[in-house]
Design a protein around this ligand. Sequence first.
Ligand SMILES: Nc1ncnc2c1ncn2[C@@H]1O[C@H](COP(=O)(O)OP(=O)(O)OP(=O)(O)O)[C@@H](O)[C@H]1O
Ligand SMILES: [Mg+2]
Length: 526
Amino acid sequence: MINWEELKHIHVIRKLEEILAQWFNTEIFFVDERGNVRNYDPLDRQREFRNPLCAMLLPKEKGRELLMKALGSANEKVYRIEKPHVVVEGPLGVESVLVSRIVVDNEFLGSVYAYCFIEKTLSTEARTKAKALLQGIGMDHDWFDAAVAKLRVPTDAEKKYLAELVDLVAQEIVTFHTEISKREERISALNSQLGNRYSYHSMIGKSKPMQEMYSLLDKIRNSESTVLVQGENGTGKELIARAIHYNSPRKDAQFVTVNCSAFNENLLDSELFGHVKGSFTGAIRDKKGLFEVADKGTLFLDEIGDMSPTMQVKLLRVIQEGTLIPVGGTEQRKVDVRVVAATNKDLKEMIEMGTFREDLYYRINVINLVVPPLRDRKEDIPILIEHFLTRGCKEKGVPLKVLAKRAMEKIFDYPWPGNIRELENEMERLIVLTGDDDRVPADLLSQRIRDHGEHAKVQGVRVAGKLKDALEELEKTMIREGLRRTNWNKSRLAKELGISRAGLIMKVEKYGLDKRKVMRGAGEAA
Ligand SMILES: Nc1ncnc2c1ncn2[C@@H]1O[C@H](COP(=O)(O)OP(=O)(O)OP(=O)(O)O)[C@@H](O)[C@H]1O
Ligand SMILES: [Mg+2]
């Protein structure tokens, strides 16, 4: 169907209407395929009509009815003809109307109606007939002769122009319509090809890595397997864990989160598996563990890399056997829980160091999701900013804000080590600092973002002395900065630097860059 509303804004069509009004004193009406007039609003009292009959008829109810009825039957006049247009008699029986049809792909979609002109000077008889008609519907007609005098009497050559112009209006409508539908088809085709989405549950992002994440999440919707979500701090691991649960057949049961690093070993034990009364000081009654709370639902084990070896053994047993024994208890209890675990640690490396159990790793890592850091999907930054600003401004009841161009540039250049959480906090902060202004200037940005890039070039690379020393110094700097940036994820850093992990570990030792030393020296090194 044609988007009639949009036609108002098409410059060519408006121009054509103007020309027709100026040269032929005609008014152009669009009639849709069901006979409704689409470009005339009876309530619009401001509209002025160039055509003298319209000017007299349309403001009056009776006159409006008469003309609208004629327009409503315009389609019948052109529906079956072979030619693009036809000249027909108007509702007063004395005036002529040119009607062009709108046809798209052999489908009739309406007409363009040019009202009106006269073929030759009217005879007294014709005038009397028209006035009688007006009187018959209860309208006065003392204006009639003056109005008719203002109508155009085009010559044959002029009539040809008139027809060409009205056909052109119809043609423009067809062109506009086909272009729009082609464009819409193209967009929806592209969209379905890419599975393009701007969001998934409460996750925002349209970049390729996020699209891949969404389609993976779709694929595992009905899976019961355990999932390991890996990613740096603040990349949205918990959000993904929730999306997994609320998309799964378990969505009506509970989603329970446990932060494994927030408890010491004993507390985590009782937190996860529950305890029976009297099993330790303070255990004054039986307590259900979170595994039981999450029965039939999903248990989200956050920071699983922080779990002690003993707890890892217990967890492995529950996952493998689906049964647990509460602290201090003797009876086994059955639970039906899907486990989703998350970590920002390099579990592979922990396995090598002997701090994470390999068998547990393979148990939880049935489905592996790696969340891309924000610096690898910078094209998501604008929609994330818009999302956080809209939400924050609404919460605070302040007018919506936009970032100044320079502020946006600075934000793009910044590597976002704290990821989405850092961006989210920055937006919160800016909303407060900007106050009632609606534009956020660059100088309100946090200093680290504002200053980034101003002196980020490699500093102090030697230009004299031995090449080997200079290279080693550069290598050391790159590794030290890389370790910090990746949060000591050596597998990733090795990949980034294009060396083997073993090679990287050797270099870390050679330069004394293990975590504790670097953290201690953070002040001087920075
Ligand atoms: N794709 C996203 N779209 C919108 N908001 C997001 C997105 N990803 C994360 N967030 C928001 O960023 C914040 C951090 O997300 P979340 O807590 O899920 O990250 P995390 O990886 O679990 O972080 P941490 O490692 O610190 O535990 C949350 O406030 C979350 O709502
Ligand atoms: Mg988290």
